[in-house]
Design a binder for this molecule. Structure first.
Ligand SMILES: [Fe+2]
Ligand SMILES: [Fe+2]
Length: 257
């Protein structure tokens, strides 16, 4: 097959895909979870599937891909989620870059690389905990533990490693902000733990203000991901792990059930 016919095939494939996507959009009813509506509208409410079906004859509730979103591969990898579902990863990449430049152990670099995966991919509140659960089956326990605990450690200085309370938090939360009691309790547990310094290193390398002259690419960390991420052969979401459902929800966030 010559280059011209290859191009023609791929153009026709694209046209077919486009037509398929449009048909999907016309045939689907997309709803929002209670949590989404609660955050956006300020009250608890859930769409009624039967009513929506009656109002939209011939259409059905989304039970897989949402046509608005990029269709993910059948066996998605961490990189696929970074490129197709997560918000810009610059913050994570710059934090990991800093840890690598300092010559910190690869586990620390990996922890920095994933530390805010909860925020950039999922949800803001308690992002350390969501992040830990999401990745726990696929990384060394020290890495996921460190990500859980950075959520509380970042509020507490450690002069031994030059970490001070972030100015950014004073700007964001006001100078009188006090973390919740559970954050204090978690900090106490973390401080006495054998992996304390791994988590502390996340806070030390957490880049709050980006250097506009530094542009990191995910490719720069593919080797580290390869050595420190246990990619399931079935693909994320399909390996029956304790967080497979979370990956599926990221893949298909508007499924009716
Ligand atoms: Fe964080
Ligand atoms: Fe961060």
């Amino acid at each position: 097959m010559g280059p011209q016919s290859a191009a023609a095939v791929s153009l026709s494939d694209l046209a077919d895909q486009h037509e398929h996507d449009l048909t999907d959009q016309l045939n689907t009813i997309v709803t929002n979870s209670v949590l989404f509506r609660l955050a956006k509208e300020g009250h608890v409410q859930m769409e009624n599937g039967n009513a929506l079906r009656a109002e939209n004859p011939g259409k059905f509730m989304v039970m897989r891909d949402d046509p608005k979103l990029k269709k993910m591969p059948e066996k998605p990898t961490l990189i696929d989620f970074f490129t197709m579902r997560f918000f810009t990863a610059q913050h994570l990449l710059q934090s990991a870059r800093l840890a690598r430049i300092k010559g910190l152990p690869e586990k620390v670099v990996m922890a920095c690389l994933l530390h805010d995966i909860g925020v950039i991919g999922f949800i803001r509140p308690d992002h350390g905990y969501w992040g830990e659960q999401l990745i726990a089956p696929y990384v060394d326990e020290e890495v996921s533990w460190a990500i859980r605990m950075h959520q509380s450690l970042r509020f507490f200085p450690d002069e031994s490693v030059g970490y001070t309370y972030p100015d950014q938090y004073i700007k964001l939360f006001g100078e009188h902000y006090k973390p919740e009691p559970y954050i204090y309790a978690e900090y106490e547990r973390a401080r006495n733990h054998k992996w304390y310094m791994t988590s502390r290193m996340i806070t030390v390398n957490d880049v709050y203000s980006f250097d506009p002259n530094v542009k990191c690419e995910l490719e720069d960390f593919v080797d580290i991901i390869g050595r420190n991420w246990k990619q399931p052969k079935e693909g994320l979401g399909f390996d029956n792990s304790s967080s497979a459902h979370m990956w599926r929800t990221l893949m298909w966030p508007t499924r009716f059930l």
